[in-house]
Design a binder for this molecule. Structure first.
Ligand SMILES: NC(=O)c1ccc[n+]([C@@H]2O[C@H](COP(=O)([O-])OP(=O)(O)OC[C@H]3O[C@@H](n4cnc5c(N)ncnc54)[C@H](OP(=O)(O)O)[C@@H]3O)[C@@H](O)[C@H]2O)c1
Length: 266
């Protein structure tokens, strides 16, 4: 099986590196195409991938075409792919807001997978939600799951709407976590800690809390109750968040990302 990754940016390289570890692939079975000569030269020096500048030299030989360019490059790219691809090839697109119907129409290819990754894929801790057109077989779906899971977890969703919804939760989500962490770091600094100590206090707190949650069956609410006692310090913080409607504001933010993803899809 041969995979072509189009776009050697942040995400394209992350997936190329992840997928190269898959047992389904032999070395030299990942091709990468980018329109930057400089990037390709750099890539030739640091990786074992076959690099390409011209679509005609690689598209016809790929079983899977993984598209990782920015959405505004999609139109031009699809037009070129249409002239070179065949109907047995599978397209996996991670472009935000570019829907399956559009990809099918523009490329003329029926087998399309739309996936929404997130940034922790860079360290193998990503979450990719994905959905496929009905022309993708069950066996092909298993292969795709295996490839996507080389960068973390992959979740098959039942409907394309869930790709936009997961953009609002897992896709954009790492930024919400960083936002919360940033506020806590600022609070620690205002309390008199150095910047370095503040960062350690906050990041270890997040890591510890998440590990605790992941290693148990307890709900988030139960864990909150374990930290907070009536009239205590934690309860004072949680009461302050409730009084300020923080819960609703966070939900509103996630929906803003979801709605924006839907809007971009139009
Ligand atoms: N970053 C994230 O956290 C994240 C999360 C979810 C989804 N995504 C999606 O992932 C996709 C890629 O994002 P990214 O952050 O990896 O972007 P990026 O770092 O800008 O990488 C895109 C790469 O593709 C190249 N390129 C553009 N048009 C091309 C073409 N026609 N043929 C070959 N290469 C081309 C770009 O070159 P130039 O720079 O020269 O244009 C660039 O090297 C986007 O569609 C985004 O919506 C990203």
């Amino acid at each position: 099986m041969k995979i072509l990754v189009i776009g050697a940016g942040n995400m394209g390289l992350t997936y190329a590196q992840g997928m190269s570890k898959s047992k389904l692939l032999k070395k030299k079975n990942i091709m990468i195409l980018d329109n930057s000569e400089e990037k390709l030269l750099e890539l030739n020096e640091i990786s074992h991938f076959d690099t390409y500048k011209q679509l005609k030299d690689c598209v016809p030989y790929a079983d899977i075409i993984f598209i990782a360019v920015k959405p505004f490059h999609a139109d031009a790219l699809f037009k070129e792919i249409k002239l070179l691809a065949n109907k047995n090839q599978i397209i996996i697109s991670i472009m935000a807001g570019v829907n399956i119907n559009l990809i099918k129409t523009m490329t003329g290819l029926p087998k399309v997978v739309r996936a929404m990754p997130n940034l922790p894929a860079k360290i193998g801790k990503g979450l990719t939600s994905y959905v496929a057109s009905k022309e993708v077989s069950t066996v092909e779906l298993l292969t795709i799951e295996n490839l996507l899971e080389t960068t973390g977890k992959a979740i098959l969703v039942s409907d394309e709407n869930f790709i936009d919804a997961s953009t609002g939760i897992s896709g954009s989500g790492p930024a919400y976590v960083f936002y919360f962490m940033q506020s806590m770091v600022e609070a620690a600094i205002e309390m008199g800690f150095s910047k370095d100590t503040s960062k350690v206090l906050v990041s270890e707190t997040f890591t510890g809390a998440i590990e605790l949650f992941n290693q148990s069956d307890l709900s988030l609410n139960s864990w909150m109750k374990q930290v907070a006692s009536k009239g205590g310090t934690t309860q004072a913080a949680l009461d302050s968040m409730e009084d300020n409607n923080v819960n609703e504001l966070i939900k509103e933010a996630a929906f803003a990302a979801f709605n924006r993803a839907v809007e971009l899809g139009k």
